[in-house]
Design a protein around this ligand. Sequence first.
Ligand code: DGP
Length: 113
Amino acid sequence: MDCIFCKIIKGEIPSTKVYEDESMYAFRDINPEAPVHVLVIPKEHIESMDKITPENSAVVAKIFEKIPAIAAEAGVTNGYRVISNCGPDAGQTVFHLHFHILGGETLPAHLLG
Ligand code: DGP
């Protein structure tokens, strides 16, 4: 499968890891929009929020359980925002479910929609 994030999980494309366990991988966004910009992805390939099902949703709960620790590990101390873009109109460019963690400063207005 030709998925950039699946290749990152496999180590075929380098990334700056923040956290990893058996079900998820967290790494620095290549094009940060804030001092802390981390992407958290399930290791299982799920295209987007639209493809979350009763069968694969457990990993989403696990990701949200871990996000506070991942944000802290990445350097967030004073709050953060979590965003998931779903589909072309929302600007999703990589079709492997991912959650952006943004923080490290008072976020600019366009990131506080
Ligand atoms: P979205 O627009 O929500 O689909 O965000 C995709 C994000 O993925 C975007 O902020 C840039 C990031 N990204 C794309 N390719 C790479 C890559 O090869 N490495 C890393 N670290 N991030 C990437």
